[in-house]
Write a protein that binds this ligand. Structure first.
Ligand code: ADP
Length: 746
């Protein structure tokens, strides 16, 4: 009875509420789902890694947008593996982004085709500011871009300059071009002759530039060049120029600007995106005709007109080098902000588009750099009145396809590339041997001419495409076999020959090495730095050392601006107080410059779009120039700055950290002497001549000590001259206060 009662009681017990049960079930269900999903993901990743062999070179094109066509063609030709929807684990060798580095923040390895903050650096204001700084330090070398004012901040200076020109009655009447800071494709650009024609209503920042009216004309049309440059790496600096480019023509015959024609954009602007809308746009397919031509055809035309086109090309190369060297310090600052030291991140490379105008005297003028130059291969064409269609543009293909193909060849991991090619070759040789021994018949005679480009027509079926590739691979293989002999086709069917076709590993290695050497030699990309302009550009790279100091004192990792404490620490640690700088003067300088640069750069943010507070790099550079002018007097600005940077690095003991990079310069500094590229060497000539890559500092010290025992008059004079310069005080006229040894001298 009692038992049945308790049973009844238990039955009467309230059941758990419906709500709680559902909650619990939902939780269970979700957990189950999550586990299933994780399992599936694991399986997918496993399958991915199974299908993609270890040595396949993988390219993520999921964010390539308009660059996809040209990229896909190049990937196909090179036999790489494309991931059009990206890879789950984000582990591709190359990630191709259409616009910014920050497009996929989940990438922690491989390479990305954009540098952090590059679109900011290539915006007109930042670019021309970087160039202005260089012009200030090297006035004669940086004269390849128009005079620039930054509006609205410098509106007063700009209008004063126009007024002065009017007063001087400059002929022809000066014209200026106004461009929005972050504009592209000719958007928002206009010409003006009076300052009051400038409209600041949009609230945007602009640059105002001297309008270059005396331009070189071809067939009476104005044109500019689009030069492609591959910036392969920042540390160490390495960049290439593409030997083919484009020339974009205006579509109305050019006339000097007058009040009447000043608004004719088809006459004064050469942007393709603008001129293609003109009724007179010439779409000729011939290289040397039409409103878009190849760079080489225009250079040929210039040569035919009796001018030295090689000289023009050399000047363009120099402009590219000087411009890149000018923006590298900014790039380094941005780079450390996006990928602070210690954080894993991808390495970067970038294809840049330089717009260059040619003056009547054939002097090239830099107009701008495009961080994301158009890589599309199609152009708009009017098939019937009002009806437009996109068609493949042969000129774009001729220029952009080799550019991207060779860019990929340069940036993918070379070891993987070699391994990949070797495996491919081994497979083909095996296949060939098997097929010839099976059928007992000769293979088709090899194709003698190796096609470097596989053109895949839109209407080809997949099978046909595969066949094209296989035939090409076979012909390549034959050619490689033949390349050892006289170049003629050989009978690969004979037993001896067949045996010799199965090559040893070392033979294959050698062949693959040769293959890449020739591929890179035949590349349309020519290395400018360090191969050709290393020495010439060395002296312009002083600002990278200033950027190094700035990064050193940033304080917060990943920041773009230095705070007041950071700036004070800079002054203290670099012992600027010994040079007579008080804490108060350091603080005043900081506040003054921070305000000035906030006013100058109201729109500037970091690459990730965050606006931080403090003194930006350009402000810090201004501070360094000011301190150098006050406390490290020397005959030229660059020498003053060098003295300051030497002093700071010496006090921070930075010199030994970058020993490997700056070996020659460090030898000099360690000896308490100054290093000047190509000009003043305080070091005895004999010692310099003996210097090799292997020379250690100790060797040099010994050599110098020997020399110091019997110093020549010349050496003593040089040394005294240098010491005087270090303590020369501009405030006390030209009087030398005292002659002491500089702190770092032996
Ligand atoms: P965007 O980024 O909008 O293309 P650009 O700086 O390239 O702006 O200028 C557009 C066009 O204007 C150039 O292709 C060139 O033809 C013309 N242009 C720009 N600056 C000057 C200048 N200083 N002198 C003469 N023409 C110029």
């Amino acid at each position: 009875m009692a038992a049945s009662k308790s049973l009844l009681d238990s039955l009467k017990k309230p059941e758990p509420t419906n709500f709680r049960m559902t909650d619990f079930r939902r939780e269970l269900h979700l957990r189950h789902k999550r586990e299933e999903h994780a399992k599936k993901e694991k399986l997918r990743a496993l399958q991915e890694s199974k299908y993609v062999s270890r040595y396949a070179i993988t390219i993520d094109t999921s964010r390539a947008r308009s660059n996809c066509d040209v990229l896909r063609m190049s990937i196909k030709e090179l036999g790489f593996k494309e991931y059009p929807f990206g890879r789950k684990d984000n582990c591709c060798d190359v990630h191709w982004h259409a616009c910014h580095f920050e497009e996929n923040p989940e990438v922690f390895g491989g390479k990305v085709n954009k540098f952090p903050g590059m679109s900011e650096i290539c915006s007109k204001m930042t670019l021309f500011r970087c160039l202005d700084i260089m012009r200030d330090l090297f006035p004669t070398d940086y004269d390849f871009y128009p005079r620039t004012w930054y509006l609205p901040a410098q509106f007063h200076e700009f209008s004063c300059e126009i007024r002065k020109m009017h007063e001087r009655r400059v002929k022809p009447k000066p014209t200026f071009i106004i461009k929005p800071d972050t504009g592209a494709q000719g958007d928002g650009i206009y010409l003006l002759r009076e300052p009051n024609e400038y409209s600041s209503l949009s609230g945007k920042c602009h640059v105002a530039q001297e309008y270059m009216s005396n331009v070189y004309l071809i067939d009476k049309f104005k044109f500019d060049f689009r030069i492609y440059v591959l910036l392969k790496s920042l540390e160490p600096l390495e960049f290439y120029i593409c030997q083919e480019g484009l020339a974009r023509f205006s579509t109305l015959p050019y006339e000097n600007p007058t009040n009447k024609n000043i608004h004719e954009s088809f006459m004064h602007l050469t942007n393709y995106s603008l001129n293609k809308r003109s009724s007179t746009f010439n779409r000729s397919d011939r290289d040397d005709e039409g409103s878009k031509r190849t760079l080489t055809s225009v250079l040929r035309r210039i040569a035919m007109n009796g001018h030295d086109s090689n000289k023009v090309w050399k000047s363009i190369e120099r402009i590219v080098c000087k411009t890149i060297v000018a923006i590298v310090p900014e790039m380094k600052v941005e780079y450390q902000a996006a990928i602070p030291p210690g954080k894993t991140g991808p390495s970067c490379f970038q294809v840049l588009g330089f717009d260059i105008l040619l003056l009547q005297n054939l002097k090239p003028i830099l107009l701008e750099i495009n961080a994301s130059p158009s890589l599309s291969l199609d152009s708009e064409q009017e098939v019937s009145p009002g009806v437009f269609e996109y068609v493949l543009s042969p000129k774009d293909e001729e220029v952009k396809y080799p550019l991207i193909r060779d860019t990929l060849l340069h940036v993918v991991p070379i070891d993987k590339l070699k391994y990949f090619r070797k495996k491919k070759k081994q497979r083909l040789l095996k296949k060939l041997k098997a097929s010839t021994s099976q059928k007992g018949k000769r293979p088709d005679p090899p194709v003698k001419q190796r096609t470097s480009i596989v053109i895949i027509k839109a209407d080809e079926s997949d099978e046909e495409k595969r066949e094209v590739n296989v035939t090409q691979q076979m012909s390549e293989m034959h050619m490689d076999v033949d390349s050892h002999g006289d170049g003629t086709a050989r009978d690969v069917n004979s037993d001896d020959e067949r045996e010799s076709n199965i090559k040893s590993d070392t033979e294959l290695d050698e062949e693959v090495d040769n293959y890449f050497e020739t591929k890179l030699r035949e590349s349309c990309l020519k290395q400018l730095y360090p191969a050709i302009y290393d020495e010439e550009c060395e002296r312009y790279r002083i600002l990278e050392r200033v950027a190094g100091l700035f990064i050193f004192f940033l304080g917060i990792r990943g920041s773009l601006r230095i705070g007041p404490t950071g700036f004070r620490t800079f002054a203290r640690k670099c012992r600027l107080n010994r040079k007579g700088m008080t804490n108060a003067s350091v603080d005043i300088m900081y506040i003054d410059l921070q305000r000035r640069w906030d006013h100058m750069n109201p729109e500037r943010t970091s690459g990730s779009g965050i606006k931080s507070i403090g003194l930006c790099y350009q402000g810090f550079l201004d501070a360094c120039i000011e301190i150098a002018r006050r406390k490290f007097y020397a005959p030229t600005k660059i020498e003053m700055l060098e003295n300051l940077v030497d002093h700071c690095e010496l006090n921070l003991n930075l010199r030994d950290n970058d020993l490997a990079n700056n070996l020659p310069r460090l030898h000099f500094r360690r000896l308490g002497l100054q290093y000047r590229q190509g000009s003043m060497y305080a070091m005895p000539r004999r010692v310099i001549d003996q210097m090799t890559e292997e020379t250690t500092i100790e060797d040099l010290l010994k050599a110098h000590e020997k020399k110091l025992r019997q110093p020549s008059r010349e050496d003593i004079e040089a040394f005294l001259r240098k010491s005087r310069r270090m303590i020369y005080q501009p405030s006390s006229g030209s009087r030398v206060i005292s002659v002491t040894k500089s702190p770092d001298s032996e």
